[in-house]
Design a protein around this ligand. Sequence first.
Ligand SMILES: Cc1ncc(COP(=O)(O)O)c(C=O)c1O
Length: 418
Amino acid sequence: MLSKTAQNLIPSGIRKISDKVNERIEKGEKIFNLTIGDFSPRVFPIPEALKKEIKNAYDEDLTNYPPSEGVMVIREAISEYIKTRGGFDYGTDEIIVGSGARPLTYTLMLTLVDPGEKIVYPAPSWNNNCYVQLIDAVPVSVETKFENNFVPTAEELKPHLKDAALLALNSPLNPSGTVFTKEELKKIVDLIVDENKQRAKENRKPLYVFYDMIYWILVYGESKHYNPIELNPEIRDYVVFIDGISKCFAATGVRLGWAFGPKAIIKKMSAILAHIGAWSPKPEQVATGRFLKNTAEVDKYFDNFKSELFTRLNTFYEGIMNIKKSGYDVDAIYPQGALYLTVKLNLVGKKTESGKELKTIDDVLGYILEEGKIALVPFYAFGAKMDSPWFRLSVGTCSKEEARVAALLLKETIEKLK
Ligand SMILES: Cc1ncc(COP(=O)(O)O)c(C=O)c1O
């Protein structure tokens, strides 16, 4: 008999969909796979300078155990990187390195939350429900709204914070690709600071914040990534940030992430991570440290990468706006961040050319896939309601030309519906 955790574990809704699509692609079918939050290395390779540093590090035989908090060169480089690009002021003893954001998220929750305590997170959001289940905490999922770009507001969160142990935030947000405004983030941060002042008076454990900023460099146009500590420095004692190279350097398979926060928390996270053993490989640590210090190469990569991602997001955005103009109840949020576009396809009730009615979101998804050869992920896979007409469209696997063709195909496919 397996453990209850193993038996009950929620599978990733996104994986379920993308695995099926990949199976069909492997069998030779041409499908635009806009499901996964990943990059095709053919379209988006990692930075050339990082690749060289990784090869060099293996040539230098840096293949023994790294320290559990990460080698010094990478922690120094991260300290500089987050300071110069985001104003995050953290020393090397306030930073821990792991094999991506995932083990650090798990470690952070193990460090701050006891079984049975509450973790508050927005819906839709990425995999919070799974991590909550892994540590046997109690999920408090707060539904967000299109009017607020699916980003949680202070007003929505407030009623749930009184007895919570952790608030999980993420901006730019997976799945919507949208970001906190400065005003809203400040309201949330102030709320947490006030809550903790009250808890201190009552001698209660504080409310901590897990702030996942894995996409923070990838913001477009007017959108910005705000540092919550600059909005209210008193939050610093209660927040742990998670970041890494997976998304901002298209390096999802390289496996290197980091967390930064108060020294005492980071130290405990390091002790827990040491048992899990989910360090990033030492050659990758040294190489990434050296690469991050090469600011000219990093800047060059970001300039090109962001512009390439934005072009694709905008192609799809304009495509959706064209369909909207022809009278269909579809919509999209103008690209703000990450590699995702939020798309509304309110097509339940429409009929296909053969007269079949689309009765559910899965019918809509299936129709777009079979007829248009385009695969998307519905927001329900991120904890939104099953009848939510919103979808995530991810551009990490398509070339600019493929994005153009897929946007046209989507238009043709939808406009066949009556
Ligand atoms: C918000 C968010 N955090 C973390 C991750 C995972 O990051 P990593 O690959 O570094 O574990 C993802 C992946 O999709 C994500 O969307």
